[in-house]
Design a protein around this ligand. Structure first.
Ligand code: AP5
Ligand code: MG
Length: 206
């Protein structure tokens, strides 16, 4: 099964992807994580992506689509995957339809008022896990792998405003795109706890 995880910045895509990957053994592919790994590695893609990510804008479609198309040819994508953060506009969705088969789009619905706090309080680990300061009880390392937690460079109020604007203008139209294809499932419990959200996702996935 190939799933798209849709939702605004901070909606919980990464948090739920980790849970879905554990239970359903689906590969988690996050374009944001791929770009951050490239930035860390100092690659040409990383250098290009950084300016867009720092500004809360989308990295150009040609670059992003090619990365995903290539990634889906790896052997480990053969048993099903979750795309987290891709597609992010109609053009990317149309390209995806040309090189992959999408079974389901899970849209995690969360009121925008909650997102700023969630994102600015987020701490992440290089292994992909994310936490919120309110539940860390002062811990500075990852409960899953022991890695050092840090704050993402784009998790500051100014960039978050721009990311939310980008989401509303470019990404939200995908809700209708997948509804028309009969592939949309809305996760209405997005404002509940991560476990409550996951419980609804399990019901949807069966
Ligand atoms: P990306 O990394 O995809 O970031 P994003 O879409 O802005 O989403 P986030 O990762 O911020 O949020 P999330 O939904 O994963 O939430 P999380 O689970 O961490 O993209 C970053 C940038 O890369 C983009 O701005 C763009 O520049 C570029 N990019 C990426 N893909 C691209 C593409 N396809 N095309 C072009 N450019 C692209 O949770 C957030 C916080 O909330 C955490 O602290 C978490 O602990 C907490 N939390 C989660 N769930 C709950 C809950 N249920 N209750 C309470 N707290 C919760
Ligand atoms: Mg994420």
């Amino acid at each position: 099964m190939n799933i798209i995880l849709l939702g605004a910045p901070g909606a919980g895509k990464g948090t739920q992807a980790s849970k879905i990957a554990d239970k359903y053994k689906l590969l988690h592919i996050s374009t944001g994580d791929i770009f951050r790994a490239n930035i860390k590695g100092g690659t040409e893609i990383g250098k290009l992506a950084k300016s867009y990510i720092d500004a809360g804008k989308l990295v150009p479609d040609e670059v992003t689509c090619k990365i995903v198309e290539d990634r889906l040819t790896w052997d480990d994508a053969g048993n099903g995957y979750m795309l987290d953060g891709f597609p992010r506009n109609i053009y990317q969705a149309e390209q995806l339809d040309k090189f992959a088969k999408v079974d389901l789009c899970l849209n995690i619905d969360v009121d925008e008022k909650l997102l700023m706090d969630r994102i600015c309080g987020r701490r992440v680990c290089a292994c992909g896990e994310s936490y919120h300061v309110s539940t860390l009880n002062g811990a500075t390392t990852c409960a899953k792998c022991g890695g050092e937690l840090y704050q993402r460079a784009d998790d500051n109020p100014e960039t978050v405003k721009s990311r939310l604007d980008t989401y509303n203008t470019q990404t939200a139209p995908l809700i209708d795109y997948y509804k028309k294809q009969g592939k949309l499932a809305t996760v209405t419990s997005g404002e509940g706890s991560p476990d409550e959200v996951f419980a609804q996702i399990i019901k949807i996935l069966g």
